[in-house]
Ligand binder design. Sequence first.
Ligand code: CMP
Length: 140
Amino acid sequence: MATNRTFTMIKPDAFSAGNSGAILKMIEEAGFKIVAMKATQLTPAIAGKFYEVHSERPFYADLCAYMSSGPIIAAILEKDNAVEDFRKLIGATNPADAAEGTIRKIFAKSIEANAVHGSDSDENAAIEGAFYFSQIERVG
Ligand code: CMP
């Protein structure tokens, strides 16, 4: 059964462009409740740990460098069917393939600088949320 939480990051391209507020507004208007949130900047090593599942991919080194290139916002979001509904809201990984009206279609610059991250499964949502937030930092 689907759980009701997912995890997101607003990536350096969207943060530095001043789009964090507009993206968070879209997220809240789509019915997601923010359960935990923080602005931070990753080191390349921490970005590498977060994206370890992609360590064999040709884009891994660039992805780690990119994700540590500037501040990000990390958040845990709550809604029924959170993982699937959030992936619909953000659109395809490559903004060229993202549907009209999705966050990536509106804000992403490229497949790497694609504005936001969204967990791809309930299991990864729990792992990724725990990567950033301890129990006492969460609402509920
Ligand atoms: P994200 O949803 O954060 O998960 C992994 C990230 O790797 C993805 O978004 C993209 O930013 C990046 N990524 C995936 N595929 C490619 C690719 N072919 N080239 C460059 N970056 C990619």
